[in-house]
Ligand binder design. Sequence first.
Ligand code: FAD
Ligand code: NAD
Length: 460
Amino acid sequence: SLEEQNKDTTTTEKKEKIARPEDDLNIEKFKYVIIGGGTAAYYAVDKILEHDKQATILMISKEYEVPYQRPPLSKNLWANKDENVKETLEYSDWSGAKSKLLYEPESVYGNEVLQFIRNKRVVDIHLDGKVILLNDGTLVAYEKCLIATGGEPRKFNYSASDDPRITTYRTVDDFRKLHDVVHDDKVKHVTVIGGGFLGSEITCAINDNLKDKVKITQVFPENGVLPLIFPDYLSKYATDKVKASGVDVLEGRLVKDISKNNDKLKVQLDNGSSIDTDHVVVAVGIIPNTDIAKSTSLEVDPVNGGYVVNAELQARSNVYVAGDVASFYDYNLGVRRRVEHHDHAKATGELAGKNMAGSADPYTYLPFFWSDLTDHIGFEAVGNTDAKLKTYAVWEKQKTDDADKFSKGIIYYLNDKSKVVGVLTFRNYGKMDKARELITKGKPITNLEDLQHAISLEDE
Ligand code: FAD
Ligand code: NAD
């Protein structure tokens, strides 16, 4: 942990490493400057401290909190009934063990080796001068810089866009605010716009834990939840399960506008109907944060968005990029892509940190991701699981209840050369290494039946 890494360094060593003002520019200089305070940033620092005992690191985040993980924000944190959850940020993980949202306590960040600037934005990087500019005018010099700025929730223009009852959801602050909203006695109905990961998870988490308190309507244009990864039949099945849990799901519906209607918000749909609601959560994807290099431009991927990096996660000499905002070439899949998931942010953060500290290793890892909606819908997945691909699935045979027909299974995603490029294991865990093996082998599947036993359905 960072706490242990910090302890490694003796006090005398630390004194020598204090960042000094640059004589000529009169600005502070750090060996490593990390832009962003999220998951990629956290793991980069962890690796820098492991590999460079002379490190001086400055991390800058536009959020108040020191680094924390985002997955529990739309899942486990909502199951914590303690009224102090907004302060403790504690939750129980899948095994029932108590965990904390912050990766490390605050105390880890205020010393000569590792400094943290909160609530400030980096607004420019001068790549040739190796200097960054903060929104308050502060300049900081670096030797190596990491851009780990993630993404910003996409917003739409509605008549009532300036109404504080229309919110997006990404940060711990957003959790605190939405927690207040759903516990407010006056709030009886919440509308969630979006059928992707966030819209579906937040809908199910609030519905699961606060069903008696608030009614939720989920609206999205596609035919079912998680439409970007689930084949149609599974998306429909999952949508039925979400409906059965008590959510009012309006699939295939676009929101035309949201306006104020006395003490309510009126959500107007494309079929002429409308919903009166107390609060709206907009969860319609993110836009990668690539607006920080203005003095000298960095290449932005015109197709996938994000800063283009080489195999070592470098955008330019001494400038690295990790996490949601990196557009990288995926050696296993043979395509350039951007991945917006936790395990990828961790792995690219770690590799960028190691490379910044002197290595030159390529990113060859295949990250996985996961989601949990209701008791009936949970999975792990790896590779390219684009719902538009051809799929072949193996499902456990059900003896009794047809309503539970997709209780456990494995979906293989195949490209146009009949190679398996993605695997999703539905209510079936711990199979990601086997799935990676199958994908990296890259062998064309001439007989689909061969996939019947490629990965066992049995628990291991
Ligand atoms: P982030 O974690 O977004 O961190 C970016 C940081 O940069 C933030 O601290 C931000 O404040 C800061 N920043 C941005 N611009 C600037 C600037 N100009 N100056 C200073 N600081 C700046 N993935 C999964 O695989 N499984 C899950 O179950 C899962 N659940 C999720 C639940 C929620 C609610 C959300 C929002 C995401 C979830 N994800 C999940 C996705 C995963 O959390 C992200 O992929 C991951 O956080 C990306 O890490 P990152 O470090 O690239 O970006
Ligand atoms: P997403 O990309 O997963 O989903 C986008 C969804 O937005 C679409 O499926 C669609 O339903 C909706 N949408 C798009 N245009 C719309 C429109 N005009 N009207 C209504 N709906 C529209 O993005 P997200 O669900 O907003 O999640 C935000 C980010 O957080 C993503 O990066 C996501 O990967 C991440 N996240 C990941 C997980 C996970 O991995 N389990 C969980 C939560 C969030």
